[in-house]
Design a protein around this ligand. Structure first.
Ligand code: SF4
Length: 396
């Protein structure tokens, strides 16, 4: 049977969200009488929802109301560190005007008050260490107790790109149910995509309703974000992997290039194969609102001496390399650097230092590629950064 994903466009957030949920059979398919429901929105950094970074509180209100209408006894809305002051927000919004004067958590509390739903901070909860069955990398994961205690977990992410993972929608949204120290540790270990799957193996969502009111490019630092696009979409489905595959297509990203999505399918969290996904409502093509800048284009636009060439790479190369390069100052480079990645590297005519990153781009006696080979799948990025430093790049 195909996984079903509803896509609805309407300027009215309530109208389109209710319609999307109806199209997949209604919230009653997961929420029963007397259930305790936990909704996990994306409130990352406390950024106002007008930026496209975080889930609109009105969107969450609609889900809370639908859950109560289906007979839920208790509805909680949980996020890690949702309480961010305006002073803290000003520090994060270095060069941008903040499009709201009310902190996001205050808006959530005010709007949820009318519904009976309650906002909770996972950090004020207990963390539980859980063994991961057949993990991708982490044997054990710490998660918020509330995630384990609820009868029904509903993901309410936003529809947006992510510098490392390519997108952050259904599966990546659960990165918010682990302690802050682990978030940092997984980043330092360069194992974010692995952690996404292992968290979802502990507890994945029973239903995902995506707030596609807006989207934002998420490639560089927050003060460098270039555009927020109004999309007026809601996506809904019971298969978080299918939701991510459809979301990627809507954002103009090939789902097959997302490593974590390939692992998600291997680990039976759902299907990422668009041939096995049925979309209802409008089509992916109708939802797609024109090409957005990719992480690779973002890097190439930012630098004059560094040129990134994506020849069919997955996030293990293009996500990690684009992210690592964001820490570089290329102004003092004596030579141009051409960084190739992916299996489809053809002829190399560039003048300057050529790098072949990752096993897919490896030189062989048949392809006769010439350049400094950075091996690995995914490649170790330290040798690449060291080589670029030798020709004058500064690592910030
Ligand atoms: S080398 Fe590995 S990480 Fe890089 S593009 Fe190929 S498969 Fe992806």
């Amino acid at each position: 049977m195909k996984s079903k994903v509803a896509i609805v466009r309407d300027v009215d957030i309530e109208e389109r969200t209710r319609r999307a949920v109806e199209l997949i059979g209604g919230i009653e398919k997961t929420v029963g009488r007397g259930d305790e429901v936990l909704i996990k929105p994306n409130m990352v950094g406390g950024f106002p929802s007008e930026t496209g970074e975080t889930t609109d509180p009105e969107f969450v209100r609609v889900i809370v109301e639908m859950a109560f209408e289906a007979g839920a006894k208790k509805v909680l809305v949980g996020e890690g560190e949702p309480f961010v002051s305006m002073e803290e927000l000003k520090r994060r919004f270095v060069n941008r005007a903040i499009p709201s004067t009310e902190p996001l958590h205050t808006r959530y509390k005010r709007i949820l008050k009318k519904t009976g739903g309650k906002l909770i901070d996972f950090n004020a909860d207990r963390w539980e260490t859980v063994k991961v069955p057949n993990p991708v990398f982490f044997d054990k994961i710490q998660v918020a107790r509330a995630v384990l205690d609820c009868d029904v977990l509903i993901g309410a992410p936003v529809l947006k790109t992510h510098h490392l993972a390519g997108i952050t929608v259904a599966l990546k949204n659960l990165y918010g149910v682990i302690p802050r120290s682990d978030k940092g540790r997984y980043h330092r270990l360069d194992r974010v995509e692995e952690a996404i799957i292992d968290i979802n193996k502990v507890r994945t969502c029973d239903m995902v309703i995506v707030d596609g009111t807006r989207t934002i490019l998420h490639w560089g630092r927050i003060d460098e974000y270039l555009e927020t696009k109004q999309l007026n979409l809601t996506l809904a489905g019971f298969d978080p992997v299918a939701i991510d595959a459809v979301s990627a297509k809507i954002l103009g990203i090939n789902p097959e290039s997302l490593r974590f999505l390939i692992w998600a399918e291997e680990h039976k969290l759902g299907t990422a194969d668009l041939n096995r996904i049925e979309t209802v409502g409008i089509t992916i093509e109708e939802a797609y609102r024109g090409k957005m800048m990719t992480s690779v284009e973002y890097v190439n636009r930012k630098f004059s001496k560094i040129h990134l060439l994506n020849c069919g790479a997955c996030t293990g190369c293009f996500g990690r390399i684009a992210t690592a390069l964001n820490r570089i100052d290329d102004s003092g480079m004596k030579e141009d650097a051409y960084i190739f990645m992916g299996p489809d590297v053809r002829s190399i005519k560039e003048k300057g230092k050529v790098f072949l990153c990752g096993n897919c781009a490896a030189p062989t006696i048949y392809n006769k590629r010439k350049g400094i080979f950075i091996p690995g799948c995914p490649p170790d990025l330290r040798p690449l950064l060291d080589e670029i430093k030798k020709i004058g790049a500064l690592i910030k």
